[in-house]
Design a protein. Structure first.
Length: 347
């Protein structure tokens, strides 16, 4: 089956909390009318199927048909936002100019100039890494350099994907300040590129480090911000206030209340942290709920039944198929120019 074979439904779904969330956002001018009734987000493009955070991966997500491209950005030493989930090159997905896999992370991007990144290739997963076992269906596309945020905007404009939105995560760790730009400088660098390309009406900024979201609100109050959270054994962002700008979960009834106290409009938790009761609670607080990263169809089905407002997934093809089966409105499909279109994946 080709990407173009997916049917396009003719109606929108109204989900729990949508009216309350949109009303609050409209008052603040934070959520443009382009936002879909349900948001299908391709995580790092389509990480399960194509190299993550690469232009080829974003093109494949557009070819499948998504509402939103989810991506991560870091800032280089010369102040350029580039697209990477890691604050330094990831050896599991990065080769040097001679084609050899990196043996270590090395210097963080914040200590490297953009020109130093040109020779790096992120077009495939190292086959001997654990990462390769997690994403066995990912198709390599050699020759993919680490893109700048501006390069993605340029490519999407060239493809005339005028419907697609961008959910941009700022990657910084409050415990490792030397590895990233400070929150305000980070926010300025990203907002400058968004404004330069005229994408403000199509961009939201998300982060686990809520200091960045506060900075974005200060310098660009028209941009929606999304509060990411995790309550995982080795990654809990809501307990001690380090990630949440000083707010602590113990001082609030639950995580939705914590997000609301931070002035949030959209809550993006790890999908395993959710329950139907928490989603209903978020709705009463006027929050939209868009969980990450949901890859199994059974989890997608449950979350749709519970009334989430969107889903971030490494497999947008799986979610799109499920949405079509339920008669939900689907975003347009964009013809990709890459070889990925000539070798579609089995469904």
């Amino acid at each position: 089956m080709s990407w173009q074979a997916f049917p396009i439904a003719g109606r929108f779904r109204t989900s729990r909390g949508r009216m309350a969330g949109c009303a609050a956002a409209a008052l603040l001018g934070l959520w443009p009318l382009l936002a879909p009734a349900f948001d299908l987000q391709g995580h790092r493009g389509a990480r399960g199927l194509a190299p993550e955070n690469s232009l080829a991966g974003f093109e494949l997500a557009l070819a499948i048909g998504v509402h939103t491209l989810e991506l991560d950005v870091v800032i280089t030493a010369d102040g350029v936002p580039v697209i990477s989930h890691d604050t330094a090159p990831n050896p599991d997905i990065t080769r040097d100019a001679s084609g050899r896999w990196l043996q270590s992370r090395g210097l963080p991007f914040f200590q490297r100039k953009l020109s130093e990144l040109a020779a790096l290739d992120i077009g495939r997963i190292n086959p001997v890494s654990r990462y390769a076992t997690v994403f066995p269906r990912q198709q390599p596309v050699d020759g993919q350099s680490i893109p700048t945020l501006a390069a993605l905007f340029e490519r999407v404009r060239a493809l005339r994907a005028d419907h697609v939105r961008f959910n941009i995560e700022t990657k910084l760790d409050p415990a490792r300040p030397a590895e990233s730009a400070p929150p305000m400088a980070f926010a300025h660098a990203v907002v400058e590129v968004v404004r330069a390309w005229g994408m403000a009406s199509r961009v939201s900024i998300q982060s686990f480090d809520w200091r960045t979201l506060a900075a974005v609100r200060q310098i660009a109050p028209d941009l929606p911000v999304i509060h990411l959270t995790a309550q995982l054994p080795r990654f809990n962002t809501v307990e001690d206030g380090q990630w949440t700008g000083g707010l602590r979960l113990g001082e609030h009834e639950d995580v939705p209340a914590l997000v609301a106290a931070a002035g949030g409009q959209v809550w993006s938790p790890h999908h395993g942290d959710l329950s139907q009761q928490l989603i209903a609670r978020a709705g009463r607080l006027g929050l939209q709920v868009i969980p990450w990263t949901v890859n199994e169809v059974t989890d997608m089905e449950r979350l749709l039944d519970w009334g989430v407002d969107g889903i971030i997934t490494d497999y947008p093809d799986r979610l799109r198929t499920l949405m079509a089966q339920r008669g939900m409105a689907l975003p347009p499909v964009v013809e990709p120019p890459t070889a990925l279109n000539r070798h579609p994946h089995d469904r």
